[in-house]
Ligand binder design. Structure first.
Ligand SMILES: [Zn+2]
Length: 331
């Protein structure tokens, strides 16, 4: 089977973790970023994790350089455009790109300008390539509650016009959700869909909170739901979709191999899953490579793949017209 030719949907991909290395080299020179070398291999080491990665915190250090390069509308638009271009080449038909606007305001861009630049990049790619996309606004749990409200307000006018959802990302403490109830309710009132990073670093109960307190329709990772029957049953019963990113979980040492990743058991037991890369450059992976490992490890059948694709359509935060179009690629 030619995996590259399969139609694909990617619902969980961070813009700042998915820069082309060549572009990072070029922009580092252009922006005169002080790094030891502009050589491709050196920059690649700054952006991608190697064997030495020991934890999620370690993994997150790979975002330092990208974020210093993503402080102008021009660069943001280009990076979003190129991400969709690269994805379209491996037959990704629909992609949701997430980013935290607050991280791109260091040189004076407003939150709204940041969001507009990324949406413009996605729209331009939609015109040039056979792919559609939406942006998800991530808010950082490591930063103030104020920026969550500010980001929600800034993205409001783009809902349905390139922005589809709100997300909480970065460090995951036990019981984090309670602090965000009002903010996420406000976002839902404006029309944002909700996906939340939860159950990524050991706390299964955070998934219950993300669903019951924050109304998450999808969960970023949800890796640890097996640790609690209550959590597991809730995810299953509510039909919440897990945005599964196996290589990222291996990189952050949540699991040691594809073989031991629990998502296939979840899927066989009737839980909705979708497969994504999380961070293409940091994890040094494409969606095709991710799928190839999965096909090889679990003897996934084409029918199962099509079923996962279909479930991904159902849980995608896009309009009905796009869903209909996505359905034309699968029997
Ligand atoms: Zn993520």
């Amino acid at each position: 089977m030619d995996i590259k030719k399969l139609p694909k949907i990617e619902l969980h991909c961070h813009l700042d973790g998915s820069l082309r290395i060549e572009t990072a080299v070029e922009l580092a020179k252009k922006e005169k970023i002080e790094i030891e070398s502009y050589r491709y291999e050196y920059v690649k080491d700054l952006l991608s994790i190697g064997e030495e990665c020991t934890s999620l915190d370690d993994y997150l250090t790979k975002f330092y350089l990208p974020n210093s390069l993503m402080q102008s509308s021009e660069n943001l638009k280009r990076i979003a455009y190129e991400l969709l271009e690269d994805a379209s080449k491996e037959n990704v038909k629909y992609m949701e790109v997430r980013f935290a606007p607050i991280l791109h305001t260091q040189n004076g861009l407003t939150l709204k300008e940041v969001i507009k630049a990324v949406v413009d990049g996605i729209k331009k790619a939609e015109l040039d390539f056979d792919i559609k996309g939406n942006a998800i606004i991530s808010c950082m749990r490591s930063m103030s509650l104020d920026h969550v409200y500010d980001s929600i307000e800034a993205g409001k006018e783009f809902i349905g016009q390139g922005v589809s959802a709100i997300d909480l990302a970065a460090v995951e403490n036990k019981g984090f959700a309670v602090d965000y109830i009002d903010a996420i309710n406000l976002a839902k009132g404006y029309g944002y869909k909700v996906t939340i990073h939860a159950g990524e670093t050991g706390f299964a109960e955070n998934v219950i909170d993300a669903i019951n307190l924050l109304g998450a329709e999808r969960i970023g990772h949800g890796f640890y739901i097996y640790k609690s029957k209550e959590v597991y049953d809730l995810v299953k019963e509510k039909g919440v979709t897990l945005e599964v990113c196996p290589k990222s979980n291996i990189d952050t040492k949540a699991v040691d191999s594809y073989k031991n990743h629990p998502f296939y058991k979840y899927y066989k037991d009737g839980i909705n899953i979708s497969i994504s890369t999380d961070n293409r450059t940091v994890s040094n992976i494409t969606l095709s490579e991710e799928l190839e490992s999965i096909f090889n490890t679990f003897d996934l059948t084409l029918d199962e793949y099509n079923d996962i694709y279909y479930r991904s359509i159902k849980s995608a935060f896009c309009d009905e017209e796009t869903k209909k179009w996505l359905l034309t690629f699968v029997n």
